[in-house]
Design a protein around this ligand. Structure first.
Ligand code: AMP
Ligand code: FE
Ligand code: FE
Ligand code: ZN
Length: 274
């Protein structure tokens, strides 16, 4: 069984349509793939019908933008009710905040001689329900200011970058509770990547168990090997499920993040969804 529990389509910042993504996963002999676009479930229906066509099992998911002590933390929610009112009220705030920050980011870019318009960004975000920095990066590429998304995330749009503007994130404990109230499973995405590492000590992770946390993503390209070993121990101590996933974004991220580059053990999948 090959199980990949974290991927993005062009409903957020990936480059494949949901159907293309699911068909690629099946062609690569994955048995299970989760679609986890940022802060929206707009790709679920298309992904499900593609999965029904090719016989792969789809887990319907989402990567939720949350905050803990001011730092950005990504939370994977799986199998929840997409019509849950409390969850959607919070997601609406995140999506609005994503929209609201774009003109401010464009001003900061213009100050640095990289002029692009909102329309140029919208041309790139076309099919996405959640507009994000990667679409701004794509507009910078199309305008000839940079060559690749990576360049936009080294000193410009990344946290602490010269054109960075923060967005709203649902308080992490609340986000876990909402996913659970909506009947889903909650797994912290790449806990020790970027700024989340600073706030997610083993004690902080332990405190989230009481709010309903089900697991942590351990095998992920943003985690160095020694950290994966430490995180596996933390999960064992706290009786949390351990997942492994690609965080595939099509051509929107470096090719190291290919579908199935990390997978989740069948027994861990059973723990979460059995
Ligand atoms: P946002 O969701 O708008 O806050 O933008 C953050 C997103 O940018 C993350 O979810 C990543 O998928 C993406 N990202 C971060 N670093 C890079 C990079 N070096 N290349 C491409 N995408 C990136
Ligand atoms: Fe992303
Ligand atoms: Fe993430
Ligand atoms: Zn992701």
């Amino acid at each position: 069984m090959r199980i990949d529990l974290h991927t993005h389509s062009n409903r957020s910042d990936g480059t494949d349509t949901p159907a293309e993504l699911v068909l690629k996963a099946a062609a690569l002999n994955l048995d299970v793939v989760a679609l986890t676009d940022h802060d929206n479930t707009a790709g679920w229906v298309e992904a499900q019908s593609a999965a029904d066509t090719c016989g792969i099992r789809l887990v319907r998911g989402m990567e939720v933008s949350t905050k803990l002590n001011g730092a950005s933390v990504h939370l994977l929610g799986y199998g929840f009710d997409p019509d849950h009112a409390g969850l959607n009220a919070e997601l609406d705030q995140v999506l609005e905040s994503r929209e609201r920050r774009v003109p401010r980011i464009l001003e900061l870019l213009a100050d640095q001689g990289m002029e692009i318009t909102l329309v140029q960004v919208q041309e790139q975000s076309g099919s996405a329900a959640a507009i994000g920095k990667p679409h701004i990066a794509d507009a910078l590429i199309a305008a000839g200011h940079i060559e690749h998304r990576d360049e936009a995330f080294s000193g410009l749009l990344d946290d602490g970058g010269s054109a960075n503007v923060e967005k709203y994130g649902i308080p992490l404990a609340r986000a876990i509770e909402l996913i659970k109230e909506a009947g889903g499973r909650a797994v912290i995405a790449h806990p020790w990547a970027r700024e989340s590492q600073e706030v997610l000590s083993s004690e902080a992770i332990a405190a989230l168990v009481a709010h309903g946390l089900d697991g942590i993503e351990v095998d992920h390209n943003d985690h160095e090997l020694s950290h994966r070993a430490e995180l596996r121990e933390i999960a064992a101590t706290l009786d949390l499920a351990v997942t492994g996933s690609s965080d595939y974004h099509g051509t929107g991220k470096s090719s190291e993040f290919f579908l199935g580059c990390h997978v989740t053990a069948p027994e861990e999948f059973e723990r979460l969804f059995g």
